[in-house]
Design a protein. Structure first.
Length: 299
């Protein structure tokens, strides 16, 4: 308790610096001999030349000792400053440099535990970031993950994929079968896309793929390949699961959200036209804000 009381008293003088508290205690401690000698001589007769020389010697020795003590303590407190900097970096969400762990005293223990805390925090941040960007059921990106991975001014195509009659699958076979269908559709669609294409689940039974640097004809070929692959490989009780797809190609003059809107409209047209098909949206007049019609994808 005495140590805490002294710390509280010094905290009033130096509220923001532990090092200043240590230096103050050291300063007082190293100057006690000087104060005692000066008090002793002043209590006697008028100081003689010998007394003045002695006081000067003691003063010089005290100042040298103080300077050495301050320099040594500054270096000795380096682990405290390093640990403080590490904690500040962790608070900012940054990875701190690894602190040395070869020491076995109290400060060594503090640095070792700071390293352990930094590693644990890094693992938790990585897990949280993964959870924020990826769909837990299918393992592919979610909407946020796609928006961070795809360019804001796209030059490519957006492909919306929606499972036909998915509610019927859930109602007839249960949600566990529905979850299995979602995983299979995600895996099959990812395999049918090109290397470098990005697939994400937007929620429910809807998926979106970003196809960078692709022509309208090639995008239509990829979309049809996705549709055929899912129909052939994803089955429920022997019956094929089908999907409807909406495709929009952009030359880079519009935002990704704008292309999403057009591709979503093409998906709606594919649903309205009977499902299990690809509808291709012509974006030539999107820049003027006019309605865009969708039509079957060119072969």
């Amino acid at each position: 308790m005495c140590g805490v009381t002294i710390y509280d008293l010094l905290n009033r003088l130096f509220p923001t610096s532990f090092i200043a508290k240590v230096f103050f205690v050291s300063f007082v401690g190293t100057h006690v001999p000087l104060i005692a000698v000066v008090g002793y001589f002043l209590a006697r007769e008028v100081p003689s030349d010998h007394m003045i020389a002695t006081l000067t010697l003691v003063l010089i020795a005290t100042l040298v000792g103080t300077a050495f003590s301050f320099a040594a303590m500054w270096m000795l407190l380096t682990p405290v400053r390093m640990t403080r900097n590490s904690l500040s970096l962790m608070e900012e969400g940054k990875a701190p440099p690894r602190l040395p762990e070869r020491y076995r005293d109290d400060l060594g223990f503090l640095m070792s535990r700071t390293n352990s805390m930094a590693r644990a925090l890094g693992r938790r941040l990585a897990a949280a970031e993964t959870a924020a960007l990826y769909d837990q059921l299918t393992g592919i990106l979610n909407r946020r993950g796609l928006m961070e991975s795809a360019p804001h001014m796209p030059d490519g195509a957006v492909l919306f994929i929606d499972i036909d009659h998915f509610k019927r699958i859930n109602d007839a076979h249960g949600h566990s079968v529905g979850d299995s269908v979602l995983k299979q559709v995600a895996d099959t669609a990812a395999s049918a896309l090109r290397h470098g294409d990005i697939l994400a689940r937007f929620g429910g039974e809807e998926f979106v793929a970003w196809l960078p640097a692709i022509s309208a004809g090639e995008a239509s070929t990829v979309a049809e390949r996705v549709r055929q692959s899912i129909e052939a490989e994803v089955l429920v009780d022997g019956a094929p699961v089908t999907v409807s797809l909406g495709l929009a190609v952009c030359d880079g003059d519009r935002t990704l959200d704008a292309v999403f809107e057009v591709a979503d409209k093409a998906l709606y047209d594919a649903k309205s036209a009977g499902r299990n098909r690809v509808c291709f949206a012509d974006m030539l007049i999107v820049a003027q804000g006019a309605a865009v019609t969708a039509h079957p994808a060119p072969t």
